[in-house]
Design a protein around this ligand. Structure first.
Ligand code: GLU
Length: 263
């Protein structure tokens, strides 16, 4: 009788083991973002579509720009097909949340790598960089950050410039905008006296419109990184993306993208 109980127990344990490890293995393997993307066969990329020349919608409705091209290169590396990208529109104010909740797999949106942000999400190695600058009307008397005291200064909510301005010009009136276009319209209609953000983004307004100018001084260094959900879940993806960025730098792809979109 005792023997029978032992045999039955062993058979039972074997069946349970077979069920757990053979029939339903996926339930017991920890999720991994890289594997999830390979399985899904496309990557969801958060991009700012209001920040020409990095992300914008062209006249045919397609997402274009430096960050869009970079996303397509990443898709080529990960999935051997540069069209396997789903673009999801993000803003500087919501991109951290979208990366940390997993609503997007990665964020490519002129996002500066900062120690504060690194506490919430992980970043790739930098792919490019910018500097904080000031955009003013061509007729403006403002020549540097020191002239912003008491002036209305536009920032985009959620950007590094929004935070930096508090230290750089503590007596300026900070006016927040959701988009670059809204801030530009406010500068044009005179409700603000300057906009501060990355030179790479503000310069196109000065190129396209000679009634505004970009001042020459820079007030920060802004290394751009690709953002992911923090932790082990995205570790393998980060390794692969870092490898892709290193390879793109070595093969001059990043230089070509920089020249194509920023001149
Ligand atoms: N690079 C800056 C930032 O990460 C500003 C650019 C932007 O995303 O609008 O906050």
């Amino acid at each position: 009788m005792k023997k029978l109980v032992i045999i039955c127990s062993v058979i039972f344990l074997c069946l349970v083991g077979f069920y757990i490890f053979v029939l339903r293995p996926e339930k017991y393997v920890e999720n991994d973002l890289y594997e999830d993307i390979l399985k899904r066969d496309f990557i969801r990329v958060g991009i700012n579509t209001d920040s020409k020349p990095f992300g914008f919608i062209d006249k045919d409705g397609f997402v274009q720009g430096y960050d869009a091209d970079l996303a397509r290169y990443i898709a080529q590396y990960l999935l051997s097909n540069n069209s396997k990208v789903e673009f999801i529109s993000v803003t500087p104010a919501n991109r951290m949340l979208k990366a940390s909740t997993g609503e997007v797999d990665i964020v490519i949106a002129t996002m500066t790598i900062t120690p504060q942000r690194k506490e919430i999400i992980d970043f790739s190695i930098p792919y490019d960089s910018a500097g904080q600058a000031l955009l003013v009307k061509s007729s403006s008397k403002i020549t540097s950050i020191a002239d912003l005291a008491g002036q209305n200064v536009g920032v985009i909510w959620g950007t590094t410039a929004e935070k930096n301005l508090l230290n750089l010009a503590p007596t300026a009136n900070i006016i927040g905008f959701k988009s670059y276009q809204d801030a530009y319209n406010a500068l044009k209609n005179g409700s603000i006296n300057a906009i501060t953000s990355d030179d790479t983004i503000l310069s196109r307004f000065a190129i396209e419109d000679n009634t505004v100018k970009l001042l020459t001084k820079r007030y920060s260094r802004e290394p751009y990184g690709i953002g992911f959900k923090k932790g082990k879940y995205s570790k393998k993806l980060k390794e692969n993306i870092d490898y892709a960025i290193r390879d793109m730098k070595q093969k001059n792809v990043i230089n070509r993208l920089h020249k194509k979109w920023l001149g």
